[in-house]
Write a protein that binds this ligand. Structure first.
Ligand code: BES
Ligand code: MN
Ligand code: ZN
Length: 512
């Protein structure tokens, strides 16, 4: 899809489909420019409004084909009340309109922004472009059958960002670049997560990361099994034992700043398939566990976005990758393994494998020159029960990092909800024969998992994001609130929030 910035009155811009936002305010239904357009199309809009076809309710869509030389289709998308209008609503509206444009095989979609909208021009353009890229995303590479829908895949071929003057155009241009980078980085993550696990093995993931690192100027080192053995990473090695796929530990670096710039550590859980191991999962929803490397994918996607945006920050990222299977050599309940930092862990449940990978990676991260560490993991079913897909669970002992993350969550409209790290959870993960045990059972499962990780996170500010429910959707609920999310499959969660966090930390230079 080509993205073009144009200076024009929306009514005079010749385009196959034009997006109009409708607000849920009876006396203030449209933005002011819409009056001119309405005049030029024999007041068709006013007529539809009088007929109650357009009320501006969020998600409402009204399509008509005006008698106009310039425009074939007008796509009216409701965005709710004006005082609740936001960049996220715009992102949603453009996603919805792009989908309609695709169905119509419309060659181009025009989106009035800048002066024509009550949002900041640059951020508005970014949200619009991101909305189009995310809204049009489909994971179809394994489908042969050419259904009717498939034939429209190339449409819309052009997204036109319409501004009112030169100043607008410059801002839209800048926002467009940002939206493209955020959108493309997000769908890079979606593709990795949606790939089945017979394709996306730890080795394949490492190759993808190497290719991305080369393309976007990141340093990468693949730490192989041999070296993990030397380093004493009993967690990753333990989990990987049941599979023929060798584990990998990726160490990536982005040097966007100077020696004095903020240095952020990222850790992402990369279980390419989680069968549960010897503590095998029920088969019913097991196929979703191809997405259990979404944390690792999100960290990689965010690094790409941050590098492409040239944010002046330093990043050090560790991505432990393994497959959790119940092979003849698999680690077993009752086994005791030793983590990189010397702590021992009694395996109660081989399905609590994510924390075993993260234990090694988090403690290895402590040997790196970072100012704070954030880990992302599809860690527990407990967080799915607690928060659903409405928010990512945030656990942290550091108030500065917590507040930075919550603010980044608000700004990026990727919702976080803070969860507790109470002393009792730490007691609950004490081991009987080893320092720790890897499962404390059903009660407060997301919290005890976080308390376990805390034992390996060291003294530096650390936060853990449990994205088990937000990274991969199997109920369409979230996609009804954020129309740019897919109904099923990977969402790319984490990319926007980590990018915004990096931007803010690079500006402030510290957490305080
Ligand atoms: N990968 C799962 C968590 C998960 C569940 C992710 C649902 C996405 C959707 C994790 O490895 C796991 O199995 N966790 C167990 C831990 C338990 C055995 C202590 C859980 O939460 O049930
Ligand atoms: Mn598991
Ligand atoms: Zn898992």
């Amino acid at each position: 899809m080509e993205i073009r910035t144009v200076v024009s009155q929306p009514a005079k811009f010749s385009v196959s489909a034009l997006l109009i936002l409708a607000y849920e305010d009876e006396n203030d239904r449209f933005d002011p420019w819409v009056k001119d357009l309405d005049k030029s199309i024999r007041s068709e809009l006013s007529r539809l409004e009088k007929l109650n076809s357009i009320r501006g309710k969020f998600k409402e869509q009204t399509l008509f084909h005006p008698d106009s030389d310039e425009i074939d289709h007008v796509i009216v998308v409701g965005v709710g009340k004006r005082n609740e209008f936001s960049l996220d609503k715009l992102r949603s509206a453009v996603a919805a309109a792009s989908q309609v444009a695709r169905k119509l095989s419309a060659s181009g979609l025009g989106v009035p922004l800048g002066k024509f909208l009550s949002l900041p021009s640059e951020a508005g353009a970014a949200a619009a472009v991101e909305g189009a890229i995310l809204g049009l995303y489909q994971f179809k590479k394994y489908k042969n059958a050419k259904s009717d829908e498939d034939n429209h895949q190339d449409f819309p071929r052009m997204l036109g960002l319409i501004g009112g003057d030169k100043q607008d155009a410059a801002r839209l241009e800048k926002g467009c670049d940002r939206g493209k980078i955020l959108g493309e980085s997000n769908i890079f993550v979606r593709d990795l997560v949606n790939e089945p696990s017979n394709v996306m093995t730890p080795t394949a993931f490492a190759h993808e990361a190497e290719a991305a690192a080369k393309k976007f100027g990141l340093e990468i080192k693949v730490i192989e099994k041999r070296e993990m053995e030397k380093l004493g990473m009993g967690g990753i090695l333990g989990v990987a034992r049941g599979s023929h796929q060798p584990p990998k530990l990726l160490l990536l670096k982005y040097k966007g700043g100077s020696g004095k710039s903020f240095s952020l550590g990222l850790v992402g859980k990369g279980v390419t398939f989680d069968s549960g191991g010897i503590s095998i999962k029920p088969s019913e929803n097991m196929h979703h566990m191809t997405g259990d490397m979404a944390g690792a994918a999100a960290c990689l996607g965010a690094m790409i976005a941050i590098a492409r945006l040239k944010i002046p920050i330093n990043l050090i990222t560790l991505l432990p990758l393994a497959e959790n299977l119940p092979g003849g050599n698999a680690y077993k309940p009752g086994d005791i393994v030793k983590i990189f930092n010397g702590k021992t862990v009694e395996i109660i449940n081989t399905d609590a494998e994510g924390r075993m990978l993260l234990a090694d990676a988090l403690s290895y991260m402590q040997t790196m020159p970072v100012d704070a560490v954030v880990d992302l993991a599809t860690l527990t079913g407990g967080i799915v029960v607690a928060l659903g897909a409405a928010a990512t669970g945030l656990f942290s002992t550091d108030e500065g990092l917590t507040s930075a993350l919550l603010k980044a969550g608000e700004a990026s409209e990727e919702m976080l909800w803070r969860m507790p790290l109470l002393p009792m959870y730490t007691k609950m993960v004490k081991g009987q024969f080893a320092d720790l045990k890897n499962s404390a059972g059903r009660f407060a499962a997301a919290c005890t998992a976080a308390a376990f990780l805390k034992e390996f996170a060291g003294e530096k500010p650390w936060a853990h994001l449990d994205i088990a429910a937000t990274a991969h959707l199997d109920s369409p609920l979230s996609s009804e609130e954020h129309l740019y999310l897919p109904k099923y499959g990977a969402t790319g969660a984490g990319v926007r929030i980590l990018t915004v966090l990096a931007e803010r930390l690079s500006e402030k230079g510290s957490l305080s």
